[in-house]
Design a protein around this ligand. Structure first.
Ligand SMILES: [Zn+2]
Ligand SMILES: [Zn+2]
Length: 341
């Protein structure tokens, strides 16, 4: 028997089809938009404010900006209060100029200038700086908060600098640090990623962009400065130069979402680390990771796109009590998680 949920036509959700959706006013809605192995995560708060973290790729006839715009429409978002750019790689910043043409952006948030040399990095960075002329630009450092009403967005990494004091309730020694083996220093933009821990009521989630192995380690070793999270957006699309057990297992996520593409991210070892994380209830994915094989992908109902022909997203709707519902836009498969006990 197929273990698929019974889906009523009326419950089918598609970010591209907002007609049947009414924006929620009691929940924090988070849209993990499929940008084919990049990042674009839209937050719509109960107070009517919004934040987009990264904007996917440029090109492809405005594909990613179109998907973001569709999610914004579904969320009832007509302007972005914050557009946070984690770092200046093409799969994160590339889509910023196009989305800034389509939606007014009040404040662009970033870590400062790019650290990468060459024509291509300069072009990406300069196009971003040009786009910011339509709003304010805010450079953040670890410990800063973005003043969204009712939602705490705390910067934990930026420009290569890291939080040096524990977040409230965090700071316990992390025994997993013993087995950690550092990799060579990462001098790319990934290690400069702006990372945030977001708290809404009793709910906590983490998004640290493409932050890499050694920097992540320093956030949780020797003491875990971040604490535990309910929802973990896999760092760096689930590539194996991020997401060591020392960090993932210390975060103790209850639910993880991987923003991979069909052929980007979702490395077997990184996937397995998340899967083995103590206390993990479910692992959702934006794509079936082709190279990983069936043994290193989650169950099909929890995967938003089974191949490269579709662009479904995953929506998370969070209540103040810490309960949250995850919905796969492809099949309407949804699951509600109780508040952390
Ligand atoms: Zn990336
Ligand atoms: Zn990157």
């Amino acid at each position: 028997m197929r273990r698929w949920p019974i889906v009523l036509a009326a419950t089918l959700l598609s970010f591209a089809d907002a007609r049947t959706q009414t924006p929620s006013r009691t929940a924090l809605d988070v849209f993990f938009i499929d940008v084919e192995g990049g990042q674009a995560t839209l937050f719509a708060t109960p107070a009517g404010e919004s934040m987009l973290v990264d904007a996917g790729w440029a090109g492809f006839e405005g594909r990613d900006a179109g998907r973001i715009e569709a999610a914004a429409k579904q969320a009832g978002v007509s302007r972005l209060d914050y557009l946070l750019v984690t770092h200046y790689h093409a799969d994160h910043v590339g889509g910023v100029p196009e989305i800034a043409r389509r939606l007014p952006v009040r404040t662009f948030v970033d870590h400062g200038a790019t650290v990468e040399q060459g024509e291509r990095p300069a072009a990406l960075f300069n196009a971003y700086v040009d786009a910011t002329a339509s709003g304010k630009r805010l450079q953040v450092k670890p410990g800063d908060t973005l003043p969204l009403s009712g939602v705490d967005v705390r910067v934990v990494s930026s420009g290569g600098d890291l939080l040096n004091r524990p977040l409230p309730g965090a700071g316990a020694p992390n025994p997993l640090c013993r087995d950690f083996k550092p990799l060579e220093e990462d001098k790319t933009e990934n290690a400069r990623s702006v990372g945030v821990v977001l708290t809404y009521g009793n709910f906590r989630m983490i998004d640290i962009g493409d932050l890499t192995w050694n920097k992540e380690h320093d956030l949780v070793c020797p003491n875990n400065l971040l604490g535990n999270v309910d929802l973990y957006l896999t760092t760096h699309h689930g590539l194996d130069i991020s997401g060591s057990p020392a960090v993932v297992h210390a975060l103790r996520p209850r639910v993880a979402i991987m923003n991979n593409g069909a052929k980007k991210g979702g490395t077997r070892s990184a996937w397995q680390t998340v899967r083995d994380s103590p206390g993990l209830l479910d692992f959702w994915q934006l794509h079936f990771a082709v190279d990983a094989g069936a043994d290193h992908n989650t169950a099909e109902p929890l995967i938003a796109n089974l191949d490269e022909t579709t662009g479904y997203g995953i929506k998370v709707s969070v209540q103040r009590d810490g309960s949250f519902t995850v919905t796969n836009a492809r099949n309407g498969h949804a699951k509600t998680y109780r508040p952390r006990s």
